[in-house]
Design a protein. Sequence first.
Length: 423
Amino acid sequence: MAQVNLNVTELKGFINHIIKNNRFLQDENKNSVSVEVVGESGIGKTSTIVELAQENNLKFVKLNLAQIEELGDLVGFPVRQFQMYKEKTVPAKKIDDLSMVTAAQRAAGASLANMSTTTTKKVGMWVDELAVQEYLKNGYKMTGKNRMSYCAPEWIADAKAGGILLLDDWNRADTRFIQAVMELIDRQSYISWTLPKDWHIILTANPDNGDYMVNSVDSAQKTRYVTANLKFDVNVWAQWAEAAGIDTRCINFLLLHPELVTQETNARSITTFFNAISSFDNFEDNLSLIQMIGEGSVGDSFASMFTTFINNKLDKLVTPKDLLSHENESYILGELRGCIGKDDTYRADIAATLATRLGNYAVVYSKDNTITQKITDRLKSLCTLDYFTNDLKYLVVRTIFNGNKKKFNKLMMIPEIIKMTMK
């Protein structure tokens, strides 16, 4: 099956292009392109689409097709319509071409051009069966013709331009829904109603690999949309976790042990575990309770690794907040040295974790805070002295510049930093 493997950041860029391209296609009166996002459960498919809708100021509608029983909730319900008309008197067109009239009329001269008359015109429309009597009372008449149509479903009935329709778990739905989805994807419409302009259809699905109860989609159906396979990326997760305020100790743990993320122990269950223990000021005093919570959310292996992490005092690593803004620079640099060691005792894994955290935290901090000269000087020290290896220094600088170049413009003007980015 044709598909591209993407992390969350890449997926957002991918779908943002599709949205922009769809607007171009719609302006050209062409059909929009839909996207299917395939991924393991709990990896962040739905939450990523929600964020995309918010970032693009688009209305968001989510339909979980695996939980909907009535097809009408997706495509609307059938309704009988009758053709009706009403005779209205409307102004006739002025006669402004004297060459087209008779000789007698031509003799009347140019004043004929200003003549206007009225005419009777039949104005017709299709009326739902339940409204026919009301239209009859208002002077409308029946033509004798009728048809079966579909009223727009509730989720789209009053929608304005600009939105994302997320059809969640679409390959878990039965074949009736899958066929209806194909119709929507093909034409952006269903029999008698149409999606408003600037609406985009996104499907989410679990992989058809035998681990999930899904319906297989044939190759002809797969050609109607583009597919992106969402993969877990611990660094992208760490960026999200920093912005979401996930416990700093827990972010460190997962950066040190990304191999623990599996199909069963996914990002969602891990985040649930982290949130369930985040109120503990001191993990060491609550080891047994943390183990129990872990076993009930992420399983024994993950929970045991986490308690080992605590026993090894790794939950007490210096925080990125202190690295960036602690009042005493000498003290905090000493704390950093104590965490990562030096020469034969150098811990490359801890250094990589703290460098990643520092870059991510600096970007999050810059969104709502002023980057003072003191913070700029601190970053200069961290990125030029020998605490981190050159590749980690570059990682910090690149993360900061990609995240908020405008706020960190003073840092970009430092010769040592410029030299680093030019390598």
